[in-house]
Design a protein around this ligand. Structure first.
Ligand code: ZN
Length: 193
């Protein structure tokens, strides 16, 4: 069966038991937002106990505070009333396996999927590459705790983020499913009053 068909079959089942979720309000009922990585092993609804309508979950590669993550979080608070934010990075993140320079080089060689071995990433593609990767900040991670702290600091000092929103920093362990607080991040994200 094709991926498209599998997806549509799963959706058909889901919509059959949709029930009273039709009555959910747009603003998150539990007034918080999570920024986390897109890694397929992470399911924020499960690791944080969310149901539809509960919270905003913003995801990108690494769960980094990119300009677009800021955009989403500012909308989340300003228009939809979230007032506590969680930044959740995780162990064994793919963003730790390369640097911006490596990514630019891989993309310049080809656009096809690269391979990784004990010596790092290698391009094996056949299509032409592009130098456009030069213009993207890939926001790679060299230390999970430090990236969580930096991201919380960026939000805390952002002019569009009010001081009264507490921002918490965690690392999710892909081996145990457990969230570990990064105290320096939570400290940096403490609400001003
Ligand atoms: Zn990740």
């Amino acid at each position: 069966m094709s991926t498209v068909q599998e997806l549509l079959d799963a959706n058909e089942k889901y919509s059959k038991s949709f029930g009273d979720k039709a009555r959910l309000a747009m603003p998150p009922a539990r007034h918080f937002a999570i920024l986390t990585c897109m890694d397929a092993r992470l399911d924020p609804a499960k690791y944080a106990g969310l149901r539809e309508g509960d919270a905003h979950v913003i995801r990108n590669a690494g769960g980094r505070v990119s300009d677009d993550a800021v955009r989403s979080l500012v909308i989340s608070h300003k228009l939809l009333g979230t007032n506590e934010w969680f930044v959740v990075h995780h162990t064994d993140c793919g963003m730790e396996t390369f640097t911006g320079e490596v990514m630019r080089d891989l993309l310049e060689r080809s656009l096809d999927t690269a391979v990784i071995d004990e010596r790092g990433w290698h391009d094996v593609g056949k299509t032409p590459g592009s130098s456009e990767g030069e213009f993207i900040d890939w926001l790679t991670i060299d230390d999970q705790d430090r990236s969580v702290v930096r991201d919380v600091q960026r939000l805390r000092s952002h002019p569009l983020v009010p001081g009264y929103i507490p921002i918490f920093g965690y690392v999710y362990d892909v081996k145990t499913g457990r969230l570990r607080e990064v105290p320096a991040a939570t400290e940096a994200g403490r609400a001003a009053h």
